[in-house]
Write a protein of this length. Structure first.
Ligand code: SF4
Length: 262
């Protein structure tokens, strides 16, 4: 993995779209590109991880001029890259967020978030989300081999919740057909591991990423690839019929088990 420093004009992006999935007002990504290499993710094509020059000073200059709101960290790139163990950029970002009384929603797959539990606990309004794609370890071992196992991530949800961090479980991306018969089981596990809410988002297949993902999928299960070609024939999103079927299933079980959905 190569790391490079890079100049940036603006670090904090304001969200203008209403009803965004991660309930926040601003987006900050401490790193650009991700070294974890999940096969469905386009943050992983470029093998260079960019570190933003003068990141913390710039954040401090920008945040002063913003009205207080919720900062989403990690919606594009995991904020706990391996190099974060030495650089402490995400940790110091959380300190700045606390200093200026902003709220935070942090998303990750990494246990390294526990290192920063002391600061997270001091932020007035804090949420975290840990994502998985399946309870089947064969699936996660294939599609996301460089991140903690699904069980470790579920245990992470529990640890964060037990530390009084409002923590949710995300199924992102929701991989069509792979997940269909697991929805109830995952929701039951979310209760067992003390998740306070559920988020899910269907896999999107755009441009070059579509070809790369389908090539991986073919090696995993060629029949699935054929089904995906049909499902994504007219759009980067699964067809409406399929989406409705899965949404209905979620609605049914979320209601049945009284689970909050974001
Ligand atoms: S950890 Fe997140 S950002 Fe990194 S490759 Fe996987 S899905 Fe992408």
């Amino acid at each position: 993995m190569t790391y490079k420093y890079i100049n940036y004009d603006k670090i904090i992006n304001k969200i203008t779209k209403k009803g965004n999935l991660f309930f926040g007002d601003y987006i900050i990504d401490p790193y650009q590109n991700c070294e974890f290499g999940c096969k469905y993710c386009d943050s992983t094509f470029d093998k260079t991880i960019y570190i933003k020059n003068d990141f913390l000073n710039k954040i401090e200059r920008e945040i002063k001029n913003l009205s207080i709101g919720t900062v989403i960290i990690g919606s594009v790139v995991d904020p706990y890259q391996n190099i974060e163990k030495n650089l402490f950029i995400t940790r110091n970002l959380l300190k700045i967020i606390k200093k200026y009384d902003f709220n935070v929603h942090i998303l990750t797959k990494s246990n390294l978030i526990m290192r920063d539990i002391d600061i997270l606990k001091q932020i007035k309004n804090v949420s975290s989300t840990i994502s998985i794609i399946s309870l089947n370890e064969n699936v996660s071992n294939y599609f996301e081999s460089n991140v903690p196992s699904t069980l470790e991530r579920l245990e992470l949800v529990k640890k964060l919740s037990e530390n009084k961090i409002n923590t949710g479980l995300a199924i992102i991306p929701l991989l069509p057909y792979i997940i269909d018969n697991e929805i109830e089981k995952i929701l039951k596990q979310s209760i067992f591991f003390k998740a306070n809410f559920i988020i899910y988002k269907f896999l999107e297949l755009k441009g070059f990423q579509k070809k790369i993902f389908l090539d991986y999928l073919e090696k995993f299960d060629n029949n699935l690839k054929i089904k995906y070609l049909e499902l994504y024939k007219n759009n980067y999103y699964p067809n409406n019929l399929y989406v409705k079927k899965i949404n209905d299933k979620f609605e049914y079980y979320l209601k049945k088990y009284k689970i909050n959905k974001n």
